[in-house]
Design a protein around this ligand. Structure first.
Ligand code: SF4
Ligand code: SF4
Length: 231
């Protein structure tokens, strides 16, 4: 299979659907939007679980919404450049067209365990994929990461980084649960858990109990990137 190479000046994947981001990425993107004067950045909660001990809903992901023109607010419409490309690009964007087909969370009250598993797919929404790879190629890459990594190493590495980050969230929530600070339940996985409890960002919630966790715990160079932007 030929190596995957993103088409220049495309940006199609920045117009298809909301972009799933991690809770700390939402905070980073809000900071960048302020510095870059991007006005139309909005998020909706993505995957939500419950903390029945403290009566809050915890957002484990957010959906960065397309703007009124049907594009990501960071997509420059004339050049199709991503304004955050060299600053901080969400992991979902970096891994596209290799993306999770399904993410299954396990919230186990008996073991006090948060865990997950992910199945990947190569999206044929990308025109480069659609025009250059067969259905068999896509199935093979989706099933076998060793094949996928040969074709699209950068994208697979970003997807693996997303697994590492997701694991930090899962392990930290597990630790808080086992320390008796939270008591987690799966809810129905989205924002309609039929409770009116306040919604908290998982990154900020973890920091409330463990202030030593910072944005740098997830993105080591983020402070210097933002400082550089403000100088
Ligand atoms: S990943 Fe595909 S859809 Fe997205 S910009 Fe590159 S070529 Fe276009
Ligand atoms: S952040 Fe950049 S790459 Fe991601 S959807 Fe927006 S413009 Fe596209």
């Amino acid at each position: 299979m030929m190596p995957f190479k993103c088409m220049p000046n495309c940006g199609y994947c920045c117009t298809i659907s909301p972009v799933t981001v991690f809770p700390h990425e939402m905070i980073i993107l809000r900071m960048l939007a302020e510095d870059l004067d991007v006005k139309d950045l909005t998020f909706k909660p993505g995957y939500v679980i419950l903390d029945v001990k403290n009566g809050v809903r915890i957002a484990l992901s957010y959906l960065m919404q397309l703007n009124d023109e049907g594009r990501c607010p960071f997509l420059e419409p004339s050049t199709k450049a991503c304004l955050v490309h060299s600053l901080y690009k969400p992991l979902t964007c970096r891994s596209f067209p290799y993306l999770p087909r399904v993410i299954r969370y396990v919230i186990d009250p008996e073991l006090k365990l948060v865990d997950f598993d992910v199945e990947f797919v190569v999206s044929s929404l990308c025109p480069v994929i659609k025009n250059n790879y067969s259905m068999e190629d896509l199935e093979l890459m989706s099933r076998n990461v060793r094949v996928a990594v040969k074709v699209m190493p950068k994208e697979v590495n970003a997807a693996e980084e997303a697994i590492r980050v997701r694991k930090i969230y899962a392990d930290t929530l597990t630790a808080l649960w086992r320390a008796g600070l939270v008591e987690l339940r799966g809810g129905d996985g989205n924002n309609n858990n039929n409770v009116n409890w306040p919604l908290v960002n998982a990154f900020e919630y973890i920091r409330y109990f463990m202030p030593s966790i910072s944005l740098e715990s997830f993105v080591p160079n983020i402070t210097s990137i933002i400082r550089g932007l403000r100088e």
